[in-house]
Design a protein around this ligand. Structure first.
Ligand SMILES: Cc1ncc(COP(=O)(O)O)c(C=O)c1O
Length: 483
């Protein structure tokens, strides 16, 4: 009989580095007393497959048993370098000691303090640490929730109350979540909404200034992309939703599930101008691009544009469930007490972890590491692009910081697509991701295009980044060669 190690026993193993990750999760029952008994790993897998809803897709049919720094360990002994970070969440690596310790200590003081009962210390400490890193000093009124989708829901509610208007303009290719309001603003894949209609009404979309969305060549100038997208916004406001009916424009400053595409600063400034002209609010969704992911604390800093409302989650608490909506007090004072809230909103343990995340960013100079590793990653991908074996199968490399994408050619793109390539190998992105996994690297695809996304930990070592890049290079060459 095999038994699983208790959390405390696992802590005693001192998760410090990759080498210790080889500790097997399942140990002989006879070596432990009081250990809770579990079935075999195969039984556990079968139980999960039978009793977890089919609505959840999975990259690998396995049980993740441990995470430390840039590595994750599976029940079957696989030990993988993690370039997914749980989709951009564990930005400081798995189980960052400072963050885990802060959470553990908070667990012994106060776990739950419902936000409608009273304040709790960790929220106050967190706000103190967030205020100086906000991309604009006007962002001074916070509300904490659990998930990114909930943050978006709150942003929609706030925009409607602040303006007294209903409609929202979003971007084609956007992802804002899977709850009903957020799902209505999600335009990156039909799989998120298929079968779930009717969605929230009052939503209109315009193309993101991305060559693929606009059906133009990848070498189209940024100025032209911006012109085309802003022109569509002008038309939408004239033909579909009048400005005085439009509460907000929502944008991810880097399109995430839509293909990892940074918005040109000129586009963000254009949106700000349109919003200012018509009294529309600008909601900036930094759920994925925030907390250092693109080399600045928030991606919107690259443009200097002021959001009216900003949403954050993912890296905020490095894996503890927490999201945040920030706006300016002058606006949030319009909210009636009781209109915002939730049983678990702003959990004390998650807030304590988030405060530790911000300390770690400063103490460990995380943004400097992002800048150095980003240059190395981009240079490795450029070398691969120019390698004769890859030929013309890489059509675009894009992104900022450690939110980088590689797009491959595809024979499955429609003939109208500017990079449709009938001779390219099929499904390059998913095949490369699978090959990477076989070689020890966990990496994700994104969007309806043939895109692989790189979201390694922001504090990844030079050595681990190189290891991941080498695996990726080998995998691409092999898969292209196979055709
Ligand atoms: C930009 C953006 N907004 C919102 C969400 C939804 O967040 P959650 O999955 O925590 O609900 C995501 C999730 O990937 C996201 O990337």
């Amino acid at each position: 009989m095999l038994t699983r190690l208790y959390a405390t026993e696992r802590c005693a193993l001192k998760v410090a580095g990759a080498s210790q990750m080889r500790t097997p999760l399942y140990i002989r029952a006879s070596t432990k007393t009081n250990a809770r008994e579990y079935g075999s790993a195969a039984d556990d897998l079968a139980l999960g497959q039978r009793h977890v809803t089919k609505g959840v897709g999975r990259l690998t049919e396995a049980i993740m048993t441990k995470g430390a720094d840039s590595y994750v360990h599976f029940h079957d002994g696989r030990h993988l370098l993690d370039f997914t970070c749980g989709i951009g969440v564990t930005n400081l690596g798995h189980c960052h000691p400072k963050v885990s310790r802060a959470a553990a200590e908070q667990c012994m003081d106060l776990v739950h303090c419902q936000c409608s009962i009273s304040f709790h210390g960790p929220t106050i400490r967190l706000i103190e640490k967030l205020l100086p890193v906000m991309p604009h000093p006007s962002l001074d009124s916070f509300y904490f929730w659990n998930s990114g989708s909930e943050a978006v829901e709150a942003a929609i509610k706030m925009a409607r109350v602040f303006t007294g208007r209903q409609n929202i303009v979003c971007m084609q290719g956007a992802y804002h979540g899977r709850t009903y309001g957020a799902m209505a603003l999600t335009k990156s894949k039909t799989s998120y909404s298929e079968g779930f209609f009717p969605l929230m009404p009052g939503v209109f979309s315009i193309p993101f200034p991305f060559w693929h969305q606009l059906g133009v060549r990848p070498n189209t100038s940024e100025a032209e992309l911006v012109r085309l997208a802003l022109y569509q916004l002008d038309l939408v406001l004239k033909q579909q939703t009048a400005p005085h009916d439009t509460a907000a424009i929502i944008i991810e400053p880097v399109l995430g599930e839509g293909g990892y595409v940074p918005a040109p600063p000129a586009f963000l400034k254009g949106l700000r101008n349109v919003c200012d002209k018509h009294g529309i609010l600008l909601i900036v969704d930094e759920v994925q691009s925030g907390f250092g992911r693109t080399g600045k604390m928030f991606n919107i800093e690259y443009s200097g544009v002021r959001p009216d409302i900003m949403t954050m989650a993912k890296g905020l608490a490095n894996g503890f469930p927490l999201s945040c909506i920030v706006s300016r007090k002058e606006l949030t004072d319009k909210l009636k007490p009781g209109s915002m809230g939730g049983t678990y909103a702003g959990n004390a343990v998650s807030c304590a972890a988030a405060a530790a995340v911000l300390d770690a960013f400063r103490e460990e100079k995380v943004l400097d590491n992002v800048s150095a590793r980003s240059k190395e990653l981009l240079s490795s991908l450029k070398m691969l692009e120019h390698c004769s074996e890859v030929d013309k199968n890489i059509v675009d490399i894009r992104g900022q910081g450690l939110m980088i994408a590689v797009e491959f050619a595809s024979p499955l793109y429609p003939s109208q697509d500017p990079v449709a390539s009938p001779t390219a190998p099929k499904s390059l992105a998913s095949r490369v991701a699978k090959r990477c996994m076989e070689k020890g690297l966990l990496i994700l695809t994104t969007s309806v295009y043939e895109v692989i996304r790189f979201i390694p930990p922001l504090n990844i070592s030079q050595e681990d980044l190189k290891r991941g890049c080498d695996v990726f290079t080998e995998a691409v060459k092999e898969v292209v060669r196979e055709g």
